[in-house]
Design a protein around this ligand. Sequence first.
Ligand SMILES: [Cu+2]
Length: 258
Amino acid sequence: MALTTGPTMRRILIILRLTTLCLLVSPERSLAEIAHEPPSIWRQTANGGARITGKISLAPILPSTGRLPVFKNRGFCGPSVPDETLLTSEDGGLRNAIVLLHPLDRIARVQPGRVLLDNIKCAFAPHVQVASVGSELSLKNSDPILHTVHARLGQETLFNVGLPQWRQVTKILERPGVVRINCDVLHTWMTAAIVVATTPHFSISDQKGLFAVDHLPAGAYDVVVWHEKLGTKIRRISLNEDTSLSLDVVFGLAQEKR
Ligand SMILES: [Cu+2]
């Protein structure tokens, strides 16, 4: 609580509230390193709490990636499918960036939930999502053709499930990190990602690149922003009780990872 009192900290917080932060720094630590950091104290989340909003962008502004060629099941899938790995708006807003807030002065007690990964028209849906560690992941296939869900954490296979249309499977997301997913029945264009978080405070940017996280207890946080192609950016912030902070993050092409 010492972080939220005193004239100096109050001045800093006022500046933070009025200033939109633009991040152009390189990542300091990896997502896995942040996820495994042991916080020290647990404090109950307030009903109201602070709020962080912002926009994730790509500069220079580039159009979304186009379409990916289909090599199998073209009768159902068509000759190509949309490439969802880099989706941008006209003003550079970046879709499907994950924003994680890791408290630095308390334990972030996760709240496992339920998420769904479907196969729709020869693509994983949703293409990118985020869930707390321990969450239940339901796998299904809405297409009349066979798909598989091959999930990896780094180089390690977590599971590889054959998924005819009639089959539904449930898995538990037991370990934090970025789970990358492919379809192994020669559907080379099919990819997805699930960020498994050790914090309950997260968001995903929408089609305009906008995100919001509510009900945040006051304190210091590492804000980790991850994009499947552009990598990770990290910024340290402090939030006062019941205030709102605007935080804009800009990825440059230099960070692009293919
Ligand atoms: Cu498939």
